[in-house]
Design a protein around this ligand. Structure first.
Ligand code: AMP
Ligand code: MG
Length: 317
């Protein structure tokens, strides 16, 4: 019966090796990557077997969107629109067209509080540049003549034309949100159990959070002007987007006064408000991006009404 003893030993050994192998393959692989893209800090944390490959693919996707929508890249769709003449038809990518469609829709629902044609004003303020400056009333009024999304005509075949040659677009309030939706789509094509994507305050959560008992994600709302990672409020969601527009994200100070980057398109000036940030929780990151900026400009009461139309939740800080 010696052979039986040996057969049993070998059988047990195979079971142990197989057990160890399966335990290893089920282990959640966590991968985090951070890069500076779209003029902001972007980071992802993915869980699952293909977490690293997914992160690489997601960053490539964010770069692709940036190339299409960056107003400082002269070959981007945005630059081609900005340089086009009155009534010239410009064919753009499906991506840019989608963003413009949503931006114009939110523009109209927010009574112009969100307006992607705010570029003649934002480029004068130059919040992203090295020497932002305080504008005088006269130059703001002159630039305001070209602001108004009704100057954009969007037609089938992804074409865009401007009714005024001096009108220019700035997708700074929407492109990161769209990149978030695209990033999520790419990530979901990989073998992941879940993940979180943060493109400069546009946060997207999907799948299961392996670090919480119920698989949900808890996202902190940054306390304005406090060190990054200081939270007074958190939101817990299963899946979805948490998007913040805040004065603290981009501003400069001159003579003791703070000038921030969220412009009221009616006045051409930074929106003067008693709150410093607006956070929207909703299904789409593109929508969240547009409506959080809009809700900032609209103020609490009208902002809440707008966000309700999109079945989202909004928090003013
Ligand atoms: P966000 O951080 O999403 O609120 O977007 C702010 C950025 O959007 C600014 O840096 C500008 O590039 C642009 N922007 C500023 N004000 C507006 C506005 N009222 N409507 C649309 N885009 C805006
Ligand atoms: Mg926005």
């Amino acid at each position: 019966m010696k052979w039986l003893k040996w057969a049993l030993i070998i059988f047990m050994a195979v079971l142990v090796v197989l057990g160890l192998y399966l335990a290893g393959s089920n282990k959640t692989e966590e991968y985090t990557k951070t890069e500076f893209l779209m003029d902001t800090t972007c980071s992802v944390t993915f869980y699952g077997k293909e977490s690293e490959a997914a992160a690489e693919a997601v960053f490539a996707e964010v770069e692709r969107i940036d190339k299409l929508m960056n107003m400082y890249n002269e070959n981007s769709d945005v630059s081609r629109i900005n340089c086009s003449a009155e009534n010239e038809k410009i064919k753009v990518s499906e991506d840019t067209y989608k963003v413009l469609k949503t931006a114009v829709e939110v523009g109209s629902k927010s009574d112009g509080a969100f307006d992607v044609t705010v570029a003649p004003i934002t480029s004068l303020w130059n919040f992203s540049g090295e020497e932002p400056r305080v504008l005088d009333r006269k130059e703001v009024d002159e630039a305001l003549l070209f602001v108004g999304f009704s100057n954009l005509v969007l037609s089938d075949g992804n074409t865009v034309k401007k009714l005024n040659g001096n009108t220019k677009i700035d997708l700074g309030g929407a492109a990161k949100g769209y990149a978030g939706d695209c990033a999520e789509k790419i990530a979901k094509g990989y073998n992941l159990t879940g993940g979180i994507i943060d493109l400069g305050g546009n946060i997207i959560c999907f799948g299961k959070n392996p670090k919480s008992k119920d698989g949900k994600w808890t996202v902190g709302i940054q306390k304005p002007f406090a060190p990054t990672g200081t939270y007074e409020k958190t939101v817990t969601i299963s899946e979805g987007c948490v998007v913040t527009s805040g004065t603290y994200q981009r501003y400069f100070e001159k003579d003791g006064k703070r000038y921030h980057h969220i412009i009221d398109p009616k006045t051409g000036m930074p929106k003067n408000a008693e709150y410093q940030s607006v956070t929207v929780v909703c299904e789409s990151s593109l929508l969240g991006d547009c409506i959080s900026t809009a809700a900032f400009v609209l103020g609490k009461e009208r902002g809440e009404e707008l966000v309700k139309q999109y079945e989202g939740a909004v928090y003013y800080e």
